[in-house]
Design a protein around this ligand. Structure first.
Ligand code: OSB
Ligand code: MG
Length: 386
């Protein structure tokens, strides 16, 4: 049974949905500087569904982190729009408290990425109306955020080493390399030999099965921080068996969609670390609840990324002000992903590799509407639904 953990309850009772003038659903496609490959797919651009909720002079923004395809998650930008338009927005009313909003969202099963886009847009809007940065809305304190980089699967080992060298030069606090069957032990060994003391981890995006335990055990030789999602995207139980066989901590990503999933994973011993993507677990509030639960159970967490635009990335930054986030996440500088983003200022690393959160209200970053127009695939005005 899930313990009653909800440190943000008092806050939720005090947050109310304001009168909404318009809701816009905008699908954008931003070209990547370089294609990004994981074990299951290669993306050349980031297609994202943006939600813009306007009340008077204020607009809140949310980003549905799903891709247009079901190769990381079953959710897609199109399914997100369907759920938001036909199920979430028709049940949102001004004057509702956030407790009521969350109850309504719970009645809709799954679709956590769609829910996150709407909930986060509302939180950004409310924070802007109150004139406070998002972290303050949650009672958190500003701090410098650690950086990390996720290096995709490359054509050759020298190409991988070149990318790792570049990230080391940029002072990233932790480097993650993607692996898949046939591009694993030898590739990790090459990176480790070149960088014996690097904070290094791997992410398999579910490419292995329990038949591969002998191979996965070999990864214990490379002093990795963790192995992320070695087994199926939907599995929790088999990971508990694998964790008993290897010494490197396992970290779950794809298979955690809620606090309930995190409790299951921790109670089964399926992982020793959790990757919290706020966009994958229904938004900032559930992400903070998972962080709080994990901290109380001695499970370190970090903030994953979905190669988001600057809107989604801003939420990831604010999330990491919570003290549970003790491991550098997948938060990289903007220029590594995009030549041109849709917010300003871009995310940049200081000389020690840290990231500063801008001080403006809400997400802090200013959304550049004219840049959005350049990347826009479609826009629907959902005015009058609330
Ligand atoms: O598994 O963490 C993942 C990107 C797209 C889909 C899945 C993943 C990733 C990343 C990149 O690793 C994270 C980022 O830099 O935002
Ligand atoms: Mg991952």
């Amino acid at each position: 049974m899930t313990p009653m953990i909800n440190p943000y309850n008092p806050l939720l009772e005090e947050l109310f949905i304001p009168g909404i003038d318009t809701v816009e659903a905008i699908t954008v496609s931003l070209p990547f500087v370089t294609p990004f490959s994981i074990s299951s797919f290669t993306w050349t651009c980031k297609e994202a569904l943006l939600i813009k909720i306007t009340s008077g002079a204020f607009s809140g923004w949310g980003e549905c982190v799903a891709d247009p395809d079901p190769y990381y998650s079953p959710e897609t930008t199109t399914s997100g729009l369907h759920i938001i338009k036909n199920f979430i927005l028709p049940q949102l009313n001004s004057g509702m408290s956030f407790t009521e909003v969350e109850k309504m969202l719970k009645h809709i099963r799954g679709n956590m990425m769609a829910k996150a886009a709407v909930e986060n847009a509302l939180l950004d809007l409310i924070a802007k109306m109150k004139g406070v940065p998002l972290y303050k809305l949650f009672g958190l304190e500003k701090k410098k955020i650690m950086s990390g980089i996720s290096i995709g699967i490359k054509e050759s080992i020298p190409e991988l080493i070149a990318s790792v060298d570049e990230a080391v030069d940029r002072n990233y606090h932790r480097i993650k390399m993607k692996i898949k069957k046939g591009k694993d032990v030898e590739w990790v060994e090459a990176v480790r030999n070149k960088h014996p003391f690097l904070q290094l981890m791997v992410d398999a995006n579910g490419d292995y099965t329990t038949d591969d335990i002998a191979l996965l055990k070999e990864l214990d030789n490379f002093n990795l921080l963790m192995i992320e999602q070695p087994l199926s995207y939907s599995d929790i139980y088999q990971h508990s068996k694998l964790q008993k066989e290897i010494t490197t901590p396992l970290c779950l990503d794809e298979s955690i969609h809620s606090l309930d999933d995190a409790v299951t994973a921790v109670e089964l011993g399926s992982c020793r670390i959790i990757n919290i993507k706020e966009g994958r677990v229904g938004g900032m509030l559930e992400a903070l609840r998972i962080a709080d639960y994990s901290q109380k159970h001695g499970i370190p967490v970090w903030s994953g990324g979905m190669d988001e635009t600057g809107i989604g990335r801003a939420f990831n930054l604010h999330l990491q002000t919570a003290s549970a986030f003790t491991i550098p996440g997948d938060t990289s500088e903007t220029k590594r992903y995009f030549k041109e983003d849709i917010v300003t200022p871009p995310v940049e690393l200081d000389d020690e590799g840290f990231i500063d959160i801008p001080d403006d209200p809400g997400i802090g970053a200013t959304v550049l509407e004219e840049s959005i127009l350049k990347f826009e695939l479609s826009r629907e005005f959902l005015a009058g639904v609330i």
